[in-house]
Write a protein that binds this ligand. Sequence first.
Ligand SMILES: [Zn+2]
Length: 417
Amino acid sequence: MMTLSPLRINQERLRQNFQSLAQIGATTNGGVTRLALSMDDLEARAWFANTVEEAGLMVRDDEVANLSGVLLSRTPHAKTLLIGSHLDTVVNGGKYDGAVGVLCALECLRTIKEAGIALPVHLEAVNFTDEEGTWISLLGSRGIVGKLPLKQLYMKSNGAFQAALVRAGIELEGFIRAKRDPNTLLAYLELHIEQGARLEREHVPIGIVQNIVGRSNFVLTYRGKSGHSGTTEYQDRRDALQGAAQFVIGAHQHIRQRYENAIVNCGQLEVVNGAYNLIPSHVIMGFECRHTDPSVLQQLESDLLQWAEACAEAHRLTVSVQQNERMEAAVMDARIQQIVMDICDQSDLRFLPLVSYAGHDAQMLSQITPSAMIFIPCQAGISHNPQEFAKWEDVVTGANVLLQTILQIALHGLDER
Ligand SMILES: [Zn+2]
């Protein structure tokens, strides 16, 4: 019996699209800056919409500026299989983060359309707005899921954010209409660079994400008393920076000793009323913690806040706590993970099950539809940096695994698994 060779994406076309997109917002050092809703981001969107039209697909956008290319099914009441990522970047970011996922999704749709395969589901390649959090992280996917922090958004809705909304032609009042009915969705798939070095280290081309880390971030304000650095006696000092510094060192020691795979980071410190000859009165500090187990994350948060109090007491300070953002950990759909594993086995591709320690739109989507992520290696795990690099053969392998996954799910569904 003759076996048909599996369908493959057009890697030359994918590469040309990748190169065209990388020029939009290109920086002189080989990176990309396309902040969400900036002129460069809008240019990338216009380019994407044109490319979708050229491909003979339908352009779709919504009230929170998510932008998609859709391959419509002729089947009545067809559900939608969403495949996507993001075209926005951080300041001086890389060419691969997000872009690979959107472009490969689009390339898969084109390949399926050209092959004349009629599917019983709509396929939608989506670019989510502001994944990186220039304004609010995962803004577009939050909109689709109906988990927008509206209070926070309205607080920001003046000045620069308002200007960005006007530029993009969207209105905050309309955001809630971006919510999609979960019953219309079949699943969500996302291809992404790993942003870590595990796949490269093990020489494995495909990572299958099992879960995505939960994270929360806080602002601590230590308050003491300003004073002359020379004349204030030691027993009278209330040095806010000493409390903050003890917190930072102790927080890292604490989580390494007591937790497995937990992460804490303090990366923002504002010292108020301090100088080399002046005892600082205030320190405002931002920190975050991450864990994949929601109950462990909760424990971690309360341990760290207790430690913050202990550091305040030790230096006769007060500390106030403000929680900024909390993102629940997400579990990726086991059935889709199995489909991807089977595809890898059939294609003689090695794979690794992985935890994602970075946040992704899939984290949001998983709240309303079965979701999964496929990772490809990136050099030395470097990301959010102009040096970000993935071997082209790995991008192509990832795109083809994504294509097979789309076909499997679209043709056979998930229910009987
Ligand atoms: Zn990304």
